[in-house]
Each structure stands twice: as C-alpha cells, then as structure tokens.
Design a protein around this ligand. Sequence first.
Ligand code: HEC
Length: 166
Amino acid sequence: MKLITTLTLGALLAASAVLAAEKPAPAPNGIELPAYYKNWRVIGVSHRQDKESLRVIIGNDTAVNAARAGNTKPWPDGSILGKLAWKDQVHPKWAPATVPGEFVHAEFMIKDSAKYAKTGGWGFARWLGMEQKPYGADQSFVQECLACHDQVKDNDSVFTHPVPLP
Ligand code: HEC
C-alpha cells in the first residue's frame, strides 16, 4: 500500500512537472506565453551584431496574413509578433556559416489598441532561456521595451519589415 501511494504521488509530481513545463509563469504585467507559438510562420529574420545573435520574427495567423497583405500600418488588433533569439554559433563543418546556438529568449508584442493604448497599442512580454522564465521584476520592465520600440513609432512601433517573398 505504501509503495502504491509513493508511486501515485511520484506520478502526480511528474505529471505536474510536465504541466508546469508546458505552461511557464505569466510576465509581470499578466501576459501569458502565447500557446503554440512554435508553430507560427516566419515574418522576418535578423542578425544583431551588437548582441551576437540570430533572430527569427514570427507571427500568429492574424499577423502573418496582415504582413503578406501589406496591411501593417497599423497592424490589426489580434496580431501577435514573436521574436526568438539564439546566440551565434559557428557551424562545426562549415565555419563561414553562422547558425543558432544557445536559445536566448522568446518575446512578444500583442496588438490590442484599446487594452494597450498607453504603450502604443502593444502589450510587451519576454521569457528567458530554455526554462522560459518571465522577464522583469515588475510591470515597469515595459518601459525598457518602449525605450527602443518608441523609436519606430512611425512604423507602428515595429522594427521588422516583413521579408520580401516572390
Ligand atoms: C535595445 C533596444 C530594444 C529593446 C530594449 C527591446 N527591443 Fe524589441 N526589438 C529591437 C529591434 C532592433 C528589433 C528588430 C529585430 C532585431 O533586430 O532583433 C526588435 C524586435 C522585436 C520584436 C519583433 C517585432 C519588431 O518590432 O520587429 C518583438 C516582438 C520585440 N522586439 C519585443 C520586445 C520586448 C517584449 C521588449 C522588452 C522586454 C523589447 N523588444 C525590448 C530592439 C529592442
């Protein structure tokens, strides 16, 4: 009986660990990590020399459809833009190739012009590393995001220009 209880408890703990791993804690401003973002399509790519990292800019269906249609001034409500970043790494078999190394973070901008009116219509959130730890001690982390993103206010606070596609 005791063995069964221990086993059951173990299974429960393992199950809750899996659940916890699937759903990281929300950002300090209450934004939840968007579900299924790993299945989103690509809007752009970039290489940051200052941060020595590769980035892929992805979007949910609303954002990708807007990008493909050139309907990004402004991006429609419901658009979510994501950016995934990896440290630069030299390809072990082909040195001139820079490929993704260590995963740095996933960050998001959620368009809701009424809800996020005070921050240019976008809700900002970031999760760090493979453990997806929410970034920021409190809600004021958003000011950091705005310090850069406000510089492209004339492009709806978005730096990325969707990649040209044939
Ligand atoms: C030091 C300046 C800087 C800060 C601070 C910053 N960003 Fe950005 N962000 C950029 C640049 C530049 C890009 C364009 C892509 C790239 O080069 O990485 C970008 C791109 C993005 C994108 C893709 C959409 C776009 O605008 O191109 C998201 C999403 C994003 N950032 C979220 C955030 C969040 C969330 C924060 C705050 C936690 C933040 N950023 C803080 C400079 C910054």
